[in-house]
Design a protein around this ligand. Structure first.
Ligand SMILES: Cc1ncc(C[n+]2csc(CCOP(=O)(O)OP(=O)(O)O)c2C)c(N)n1
Ligand code: SF4
Ligand SMILES: [Mg+2]
Length: 322
């Protein structure tokens, strides 16, 4: 297959077809449609309990034009391992992909994921990260960002949204030393297709982490999904990089960090956030920014957190940025 450089080189055959029940503006549907176009027909798909199964697999039909399996919530790493083992036994070798939500990846599926990564199973694991348990009613997950409203991190006189920061799943994956791991955005499509293509071509355990904005969960306007994904990158809420052979490499670096409020104001889930919490989140982002992009350039938005540049980030050992 020739190398895809831009969106114009994308295959046009859909393997995830229309007729599914995703909300208008669903970032996950955009991500899955395009990932499946690149993976192509010779693919076997596993989806655990998540929005994706609800919108695309009304038994006995499915929106995938490839073999498709669904069983439970916690087992993507184990089931995809089993599918690949069965293929080996039969002398087959199609791409085996698990398309799991953040709940099924960061939380309940973490042990099966870690096992598959540590054994270097020959599978592609995609985490569709909408930062909450969306299909069951917008509960918090380990991926939910600090301050966000969810039904289990409510906003009232005693609590003001989630109190913990987002778990760094890429650092956890990096600690397994996989052949390939990358973070993707639906607002950076040329970067997106290169990473999916690279993950498809490699052997062994591959992990893709995609931010997938969710209209009801993020309380956002359906027409703003891609803009929200873009703003996440410009504010450092989402960073684009890949890890290959133990080295992390940034694939897109914004010129200047925009204040996190530019991202927060696009979503109702952050509407209640007070200045103190916004400053806490900004400080956390500044530390992450200097880890991922280096501290050679002053970021005006981080001026009040200058010490962040000197603090050793807790993930420095796992992520060797070059
Ligand atoms: C063992 C188990 N616990 C709970 C559930 C209920 N359940 C199904 S999907 C889900 C949340 C999925 O969240 P996520 O993986 O983030 O996917 P999303 O719905 O956000 O796409 C939950 C709690 C279940 N199916 N199995
Ligand atoms: S609830 Fe969110 S993730 Fe689920 S289909 Fe709607 S927009 Fe997509
Ligand atoms: Mg989710």
């Amino acid at each position: 297959m020739s190398e895809m450089r831009t969106i114009k080189d994308m295959p046009v055959n859909d393997m995830f077809v229309s007729g599914h029940g995703a909300c208008a503006g669903c970032g996950m549907a955009v991500a899955v449609k395009n990932i499946m176009r690149i993976l192509g027909a010779d693919t076997t798909v596993y989806v655990p309990a998540s929005c994706l199964v609800v919108i695309s697999a009304m038994y006995p039909t499915s929106n995938f034009r490839t073999p498709y399996l669904f069983t439970a919530f916690e087992n993507t790493g184990a089931v995809t391992t089993g599918i690949r083992a069965a293929q080996r036994r039969r002398g087959l070798s199609s791409t085996v992909v698990g398309l799991a939500g953040d709940g099924g990846t960061f939380d309940i599926g973490l042990q099966a994921l870690s096992g598959a990564a540590e054994r270097n199973e020959d599978i592609l694991y995609v985490c569709l990260d909408n930062e909450g348990y969306m299909n069951t009613g917008i509960q918090r997950s380990g991926a939910t960002p600090f301050g966000a409203w969810t039904t289990t991190t409510p906003v009232g006189t005693k609590v003001e949204g989630k109190r913990e920061f987002k778990k760094d799943i890429m650092a956890i994956i990096a600690a397994h030393d996989p052949p390939y791991a990358a973070s993707l955005s639906i607002a950076h499509f040329n970067d997106f297709i290169k990473k999916v293509e690279k993950a498809k071509a490699k052997k062994g355990f591959r992990f893709l982490h995609v931010m997938t904005p969710c209209v009801p969960g993020w309380r956002s306007d359906p027409s703003m999904t891609v803009e929200i994904a873009r703003m996440a990158v410009e504010t450092g809420m989402w960073t684009l990089y890949e890890i290959e052979d133990g080295e992390a490499r940034t694939t897109y670096k914004p010129q200047t960090m925009l204040p996190v409020t530019d991202y927060l104001k696009l979503q109702g889930r952050f509407r209640h956030m007070e200045n103190g919490d916004v400053a806490k989140l900004q400080e956390w982002l500044c530390a992450k920014w200097y880890l991922h992009y280096g501290n050679d350039m002053e970021q005006p938005v981080c001026a009040t957190f200058e010490k962040m540049k000197r603090v050793r980030h807790p993930h420095e050992e796992q992520l060797h940025f070059i």
